[in-house]
Ligand binder design. Structure first.
Ligand code: RIB
Length: 290
């Protein structure tokens, strides 16, 4: 089967800082690097590096051909990435000495994707394929409706978190990814805990405590532990986890195994500086010693 990703593509400008800036503070960076990023691009690269067939649906500006080229080099099908007359999305990312981050997003072309473009892409999808989305593009409700009609499974990573955005797609979801803070925010907004959302599978990531799967059909929960690593940069680790879970499921792994493999990928990722360009491949993930 294949994974279709309606996802953001960003240029990540990553600034190394002694600490995250507070309001009104001017702070000199100790380093600057540029990476391919965007939650969407990161997930596409992760799933492709995990061995899946991945089709990215997205948009860049006229100066964004480098990002498309890089996605292609990482094994992602880029035929459904439009070049629009808007700037490519970018992210200003501050990373402190403990690996924590703060991100400012400029959506650019990520917010100008047309429903026609999505329809054309998904017309090539097969029933049983998966569509994944995050909250960094426009057209989310239109895309999930199309995907459900075509018999695709629909997965959603609720980041950056907006309760209204989750609610708009919730009735169409087969799989929902949240972190612990997002799960709490969603519960406050709609009064439902993860197991009561009516979604077949909900995964809540818990940082250094691992991740929890809520099985909507049995009511069972399964915990997958995190691996012991010292983080240098947590940016993109959640996207890597999500991409690896989707790829594992797409290739027939049971949920617990897909999550365990994804936890290894996420753990490796936090030991690296950068985003899409440094996502580990399956061989690295399987051979890693923790
Ligand atoms: O999750 C990390 C990502 O968030 C970065 O790559 C950045 O582009 C933002 O989308």
């Amino acid at each position: 089967m294949a994974i279709w990703n309606l996802g953001s593509i960003n240029a990540d400008m990553v600034y190394a800082l002694p600490h995250l800036p507070v309001a009104g503070e001017t702070l000199a960076a100790t380093g600057l690097d540029q990476f391919l990023g965007g939650k969407g691009a990161n997930m596409s690269v992760a799933a492709a590096r995990a061995g899946s067939t991945v089709h990215h649906i997205g948009a860049v500006g006229p100066e964004g051909s480098w990002a498309v080229q890089r996605l292609m080099e990482y094994g992602v099908d880029t035929r459904h990435i439009a070049t629009l007359d808007l700037p490519t999305g970018h992210a200003i990312i501050a990373v402190d000495s403990a690996g924590e981050n703060q991100i400012i997003l400029f959506p650019g072309a990520n917010h100008a994707i047309s429903s026609n473009q999505i329809g054309q892409a998904l017309s090539e999808a097969a029933s049983g394929d998966t569509l994944v989305l995050q909250n960094e593009t426009n057209q989310q409700p239109e895309a999930v409706e199309m995907a459900q009609k075509l018999g695709l499974k629909v997965a959603y990573a609720a980041a950056p978190f907006e309760a209204e955005a989750v609610q708009a797609v919730l009735p169409f979801l087969d799989l929902l990814f949240l972190n612990a803070v997002e799960a709490e925010q969603l519960q406050q907004a709609i009064g439902k805990a993860p197991q009561d959302l009516g979604v077949a599978d909900v995964i809540v990531t818990l940082g250094s405590k691992g991740a929890r799967h809520f099985d909507g059909s049995t009511g069972n929960t399964t915990d997958v532990p995190a691996l012991p690593v010292t983080p240098v940069d947590t940016t993109g680790a959640g996207d890597t986890f999500t991409g690896y879970v989707l790829s594992g499921l797409d290739r027939g792994l049971p949920m617990a195994q897909a999550m365990a493999q994804a936890a290894r990928a996420g753990a490796l990722m936090v030991t690296r500086h950068g985003t899409a360009d440094v996502i580990p491949d399956l061989k690295e993930v399987q051979e890693a010693r923790f």
